[in-house]
Design a protein around this ligand. Sequence first.
Ligand SMILES: C[S@@+](CC[C@H](N)C(=O)[O-])C[C@H]1O[C@@H](n2cnc3c(N)ncnc32)[C@H](O)[C@@H]1O
Length: 357
Amino acid sequence: MESIDSDKLQQFSLQTGNMVASGFNCAISLIGDRLNLYKSLYEIGPCDSQRLAGHLELSERWVREWLHHQACLNQIFFHEESGTFELSPEAFAVLVDENHPAYLMGAYDTVGAVFPAIERVEEAFRSGLGMNYDDHGPSCACGIERMGAYSKQFRLVPEILPLVPGINQKLNEGTKVADIGCGGALATIAMAAAFPRSSFYGFDISENALNRARENAAEAQVSNVAFLNPTESPLPQDGSFGMVTTFDVVHDTPYPNQLVESIFAALEPKGYWLCEDIKGQETFAENLKENPVAGLLYGFSVMVCMNSGLSEPDGAGLGTLGFTRNLAEKMGKDSGFSSFEQLEVDSPMNNYYLLKK
Ligand SMILES: C[S@@+](CC[C@H](N)C(=O)[O-])C[C@H]1O[C@@H](n2cnc3c(N)ncnc32)[C@H](O)[C@@H]1O
């Protein structure tokens, strides 16, 4: 056996301890989100555990330990002189403000949702067969919805759709649009609200997602949307849709070739498929070197995305980073699309592709 370098051992132990702390942090931060601890701390300003617990009518001892954990991991700041804790504006943006592009609390929801899946995923390593979105329960769908909310609500209609030639005019006049893998349907609803003369159809194989979609549509009071489960009501293969959209779906689906072929068949001649998918590099080595959040994304992949892509026998299991630009272009061309273009959208996480029938 090779001899152990004690400095490296210490360093590696510390690194591992920090990762375990992050595991605890997911659970403890989710509790903070649900109990409004972050939000109240920001609104009150620097304060101690008595004040924060009193404001929220919570037990002071629990709030104090929560604050200590959060301060040790630098999620909140501790002022030693006054014995008070403070949430910075940057932490507020990431942890509380759903309307901020940096908001990440939805990711905690998804991590929380996958912990009960550990035994099933362990078995999946033996059997090869994974879990679909519904197997994780409703909070997984909610987390995914919260994670992508900003771009769907604030960027899709004003910034991204205008990059599709002629689509605003077509949507204003009235056409049919299918949003496949709509999830909580924030994208479908944003488009439906902006273009009342067009009809929008959100398809998802997850009943939890469809329930969220219907709730969100009712709240937004849009009536030109319908939500369907393609296992019962498949995407019509009749060339009747002016546009099809997919937002982070192809890498998740067990049979991506079938999906792309069915999108092609659903589109009218010269219709567009607007496809958002995760910005994966062509090789693992490039992801490792160039993507600072690759570890997070491969984590998502094992527990959620590749898991979903392997949830049917012979599923492709592309994985979170697996629907790369080159693969998107190849699959599009193989299915008959006449053109493929990567749109210029500034996004740290996603690429946007436009394919024309
Ligand atoms: C990562 S989520 C994205 C949800 C939503 N588009 C968003 O951006 O928030 C992927 C969704 O695709 C759905 N899905 C996967 N394969 C599908 C298929 N073949 N047809 C319809 N939905 C599918 C999953 O159930 C899941 O809700």
